[in-house]
Design a protein around this ligand. Sequence first.
Ligand code: SF4
Length: 293
Amino acid sequence: MREGVEKPDVLVDINRLDHLARIEELSDGVLRLGALAKNSETANHPLVREHYPLLSEAILAGASAQLRNSATNGGNLMQRTRCYYFYDTAMPCNKREPGSGCGAIEGFNRIHAIFGASDKCIATHPSDMCVALSALDATVQVAGLQGSRSIQFEEFHRLPKETPQVDTNLRHDELITSIDLPLSSRAYADHSYYLKVRDRASYAFALVSVAAALDIQGGVIRRARVAMGGVAHKPWRCKQSEAILTGAKPDISVFMEAAEVEMRHARGYEHNYFKIELGRRSIVRALSIARNR
Ligand code: SF4
């Protein structure tokens, strides 16, 4: 709105819906993060720190302390891209103005996608928190005029395809009420790590980030979750890496193979080829640190 990209006729303030600001453990062990709970409160909550340290790390890697004190969990999910052309209303942008073209594809595309892009849009999703939520198999609870429903985190954000102006699968009349973390993802608490690579040490968006989560038992990876940020229109789950890691020994050679298999499908543009090698190394580094914890 400040940049003139959005010009809503009506703005509804939902900040007084106090019941959406809770963080609570449900009877089945699910940890429910209210949509209006603040990012800082979520990152520092004792149950999040103990059972989902990956999420804590990812949130604290994002934005600044002041922004995290104001930003809500639901708002974090609804962030739009940081593509420069999206914010420059003098430039063409299919996301801002469908059918106008994409300034980034032939322009300065250093921060843009290497996975899942289309010929309409190559933007990336800016959130750190969402990368960890994807790796932790979170679900998004939403309510609307047709009732409530639950959306798997992986299905919440969309790839650009032909309609880059549509960022999520949230319907027009729906509101996010909470984000739920499953009990089963507590198995990653001992061996997880969020690696964020950026141009400066703080208050910068990720060029590439990796959320790595390993469930290691008896010297073998029982389950693995790997997700990347800064590389696609949505948090990018590395399913091919996960398949290589599952059932393997947590050795560096396996980590390198897992990274290679995933990055083989990346596609660079004029200014962002470096992200392919950076992504490969970042996966190996994040997995190595997660294993050593
Ligand atoms: Fe717009 Fe997407 Fe192109 Fe950026 S990459 S200019 S957001 S259409």
